[in-house]
Every structure is written in C-alpha cells, then in structure tokens.
Design a protein around this ligand. Structure first.
Ligand SMILES: [Zn+2]
Length: 123
C-alpha cells in the first residue's frame, strides 16, 4: 500500500515517532521538479489496521491539499472527515479491501477526538 502511495503521488512515507501521524506538504516555494509534494509520517506505535487507516486518512489530506484552493475556507472538521472518506475511496479504487465498518469506527473515533481537542482549545 505504501508502495502505491509513493508511486502514484510523489509522496514520501516515513515512520513517525511523535505519537501521531501527519501529512506534511512541502511549502509551495520549495517545490521543484525533483522535490516530493509532501511527506506522510505514520506513527510507529500504531497497530497494523490503525496504520492502514492512518495511511488512508493522510492520503485523503493529500487529495485535499491538491485541491486546496477549493477547500481553503472549509472548516477543519469538514476537512478531517473528507480526508477519511477520500483515503478510503482511493484504496478501494486501487483494489484494496479495507473493512468498511472497522474503518468507519476508526474514522469516527479520530474525528471525535479531533472535535474534542478543538473545544478544549476554546476554553
Ligand atoms: Zn487529519
């Protein structure tokens, strides 16, 4: 799966050690022909299924990044949810079967945690 992502999109997938997974786009002014568009860091402590979910989600962020002018003014919660959806659809189109129910649970858990972290910040 990582191989597909790296080949399709010119993204580098790396291990992350900060307890979270990230999509890190290369700043626009640093992009040239032989630069990666971005890096996906996958938290090393994730279980295999969580790792697949995280990879799909960060690929989703990549899709949003490519269309960033369209999504620029959308709320971050919408972007989080869409990233989950887009990543799933991508791997489905590539022929991978990710358990939809388990994926949906993982996505809900992460979006819920994200929303909670937002309301915690407001206080
Ligand atoms: Zn996200």
């Amino acid at each position: 799966m990582i191989f597909d992502v790296e080949n399709d999109f010119w993204i580098n997938v790396e291990d992350g050690f900060e307890g979270n997974s990230y999509w890190i786009p290369t700043p626009d002014d640093e992009i040239d022909e032989d630069e990666f568009i971005g890096i996906i860091e996958l938290d090393v402590s994730l279980k295999p299924f969580e790792r697949i979910c995280a990879l799909a989600h960060e690929v989703g962020h990549y899709f949003l990044h490519v269309d960033k002018k369209f999504w620029m003014n959308s709320s971050s919660v919408i972007k989080e949810s869409l990233a989950w959806y887009l990543g799933y659809e991508y791997f489905k189109a590539m022929g991978y079967k990710i358990d939809q129910e388990e994926y949906r649970k993982e996505a809900s858990k992460c979006v819920d945690a994200y929303v909670r972290s937002l309301s915690a910040k407001k206080r």
